[in-house]
Design a protein around this ligand. Structure first.
Ligand code: ZN
Length: 155
């Protein structure tokens, strides 16, 4: 008898509480704590294979979400395809954007433009953070105190 897994199987079961393992196809009695959700028997190799399958499904789902996000960006680009390249602020406007458009196409040039604006904005934010509180930015050196301000540690 060929047993195929699945919740809607029409295979007559010898024992209603038993089900075929989705890995080794042997009939097993599900753990009552797991119940109908249990698809694999308790053999370690079946449990390991089951975990592997679940992880692969999660990875595939995550990849699909990534594709969906990329698709949304592409669709937005298509919908709002500007007739001229993205307007860039100084000093980016000094770059030869018409050359970029010729080289990479309108979309490529737009992407570079958006990327540049993003980097510029981030750099400005970082700079502002330094100005406001230099001690709070990780990776920056503490301000060196003047020699006469150095005191022994308070303990
Ligand atoms: Zn099994």
């Amino acid at each position: 008898m060929v047993v195929r897994g699945g919740d809607h199987g029409t295979i007559p079961m010898p024992d209603a509480r038993k089900r075929p393992c989705s890995i080794c196809r042997h009939w097993f009695r599900p753990d009552p704590r797991v119940g109908a959700r249990q698809r694999a028997c308790s053999k370690p190799e079946c449990q390991a294979a089951r975990r592997k399958k679940t992880q692969a499904r999660w990875r595939a789902a995550a990849a699909n979400r990534g594709y969906a996000r990329a698709n949304r960006i592409l669709k937005r680009n298509a919908a709002e395809s500007p007739p001229e390249p993205v307007r860039v602020p100084a000093p980016l406007h000094r770059l030869p954007w018409d050359v970029a458009k010729d080289q990479f196409g309108a979309k490529g040039a737009d992407f570079i433009g958006v990327l540049s604006i993003l980097l510029l904005r981030t750099a400005k934010d970082q700079f502002r953070a330094h100005r406001i509180d230099p001690t709070r930015v990780p990776g920056t050196l503490p301000l060196a105190p003047a020699k006469d301000q150095i005191r022994p540690a308070p303990y």
